[in-house]
Design a protein around this ligand. Structure first.
Ligand code: ADP
Ligand code: MG
Length: 400
């Protein structure tokens, strides 16, 4: 899982940092005894059917399962003494090795208002438990659907926070590589809640200012063309994903959408998307210009996070837009998409809404290999390589 063909960027440092955290935990008196033991069975609460290490349950009361990934379970917990709620992401040490190493490497370094904060880490021989601040407002898309109103101004607010967090990450040489609405959480249920960027399992930390990444990873619908083309790439891949997120926020539809992965990747490689009037008629030209300057196949001319923050649409908070309520379009489209996908899977109602999210699978090596065997695609990639030598230029509507 995760990323593969890692030549320039070996993923994750050897677990020295992790050991350090482990030592900190070791100092915690009473829990010392328990740590030698393998996870011991803890009475499952509600639907949590996983075992937790005794050191974890000695300190935190496990409340409910709130998220599930390929190698992870996320639970809401409560500190037994302070009663403070937290989230614990539990990962399988063996199957999720690369994931937790990348994630910890990043989370231990970062401190930013729009990035999830790591509190502490517990390790057993088979599991890693990351205690994090708890985001109670849910995932970005759930909020949009539940919210009741959604305007361009709301979209600029969300994107501003995401861009500010991404700018910070990029300034540290960190590329998230899996930005998508499932990984953007609202801190609290209030309408003024901030957004938190989470899930650094696929992230990469650059070793030097001019080093590139060349491992293939990401989620199909959000993956940048240069990754599909197997070109060495930079943190600009995150900016492509921000473009996809912006497109979804404004229309409730995906810019690149096809159940057939090969066709999906071909459209991405070409950077072929359109603004169907049905969904875009009420959206300002400035908003489209913002998207257009992110969904550029050439990463050299794609807006950087700093440039995107200075884009007139973001800076003006869409003041010139009609500020029509886009909610109806967005929620209906998403729900339609959810029900289409889920009927294919013969799932039902609420459960099926969840399955839409897991539908956005990580890119698989065999899919990319198949893509590269296609002569048409090979030609497309060659033309992409020649095009991406274009010198960088500032986006037209950027103020600097
Ligand atoms: N700190 C948190 N607070 C609240 N919910 C969280 C938190 N971290 C993760 N989640 C929930 O769990 C889901 C999976 O977590 P994530 O870190 O994205 O793991 P994965 O790598 O398996 O995708 C998220 O989409 C979110 O719904
Ligand atoms: Mg995730």
């Amino acid at each position: 899982m995760g990323c593969w063909r890692s030549k320039l960027e070996p993923q994750g440092r050897k677990s020295k940092e992790i050991e350090e955290i482990y030592k900190v935990n070791k100092k915690e008196g009473k829990e010392k005894e328990a740590e030698k033991k393998e996870p011991s069975p803890v009475a499952p609460r509600g639907k949590i059917k996983v075992k937790f290490d005794q050191r974890v349950t000695a300190k935190y009361d496990i409340k409910a399962l709130i998220g599930k990934g390929s190698f992870s379970r996320v639970v809401r917990v409560e500190h037994r003494i302070t009663k403070q709620p937290y989230a614990i992401k539990m990962l399988d040490r063996v199957r999720g090795k690369e994931v937790f190493e990348s994630e910890l490497q990043v989370l231990r370094r970062v401190s930013h208002q729009y990035i999830i904060q790591l509190i502490e880490v517990f390790e057993s021989t088979s599991k890693v438990y990351m205690v994090m601040e708890l985001a109670t407002g849910g995932e970005l898309f759930d909020r949009i659907i539940a919210k009741g109103s959604f305007t361009e101004t709301d979209a600029t607010r969300v994107l501003y926070m995401v861009l500010d967090g991404v700018k910070y990450l990029h300034s540290l040489g960190i590329t998230h590589r899996d930005l998508k609405p499932e990984n953007l959480l609202y801190y609290h249920p209030g309408s003024d809640s901030k957004i938190l960027i989470t899930d650094f399992g696929l992230s990469s930390t650059r070793k030097s200012a001019d080093s590139h990444m060349d491992t293939t990873c990401g989620t199909s619908e959000y993956i940048a063309p240069e990754v599909l083309a197997k070109q060495p790439y930079t943190s600009q891949v995150d900016m492509w994903a921000v473009g996809v997120i912006g497109y979804i926020l404004l229309s409730g539809t995906m810019p690149f959408d096809d159940d057939n992965k090969s066709r999906l990747y071909k459209t991405i490689l070409k950077g072929k998307y359109s603004y169907k009037s049905e969904y875009w008629k009420d959206v300002s030209e400035e908003a489209k210009d913002f998207i257009d300057n992110l969904l550029l196949v050439d990463p050299n001319i794609r807006m950087t996070a700093s440039q995107a923050l200075k884009h007139s649409w973001i800076m003006s908070k869409a003041a010139t837009a009609s500020n029509k309520n886009l909610h109806r379009t967005i929620s209906q489209n998403l729900l339609r998409r959810q029900s289409t996908r889920s009927s294919l899977k013969s799932a039902t109602s609420r459960q099926s809404a969840k399955s839409l999210r897991s539908e956005h699978r990580h890119v698989l090596p065999e899919e990319i290999d198949a893509l590269h065997r296609d002569p048409q695609i090979r030609a497309e990639i060659r033309s992409l390589s020649s095009r991406t030598n274009t010198p960088a230029k500032s986006p037209a509507s950027s103020s600097s």
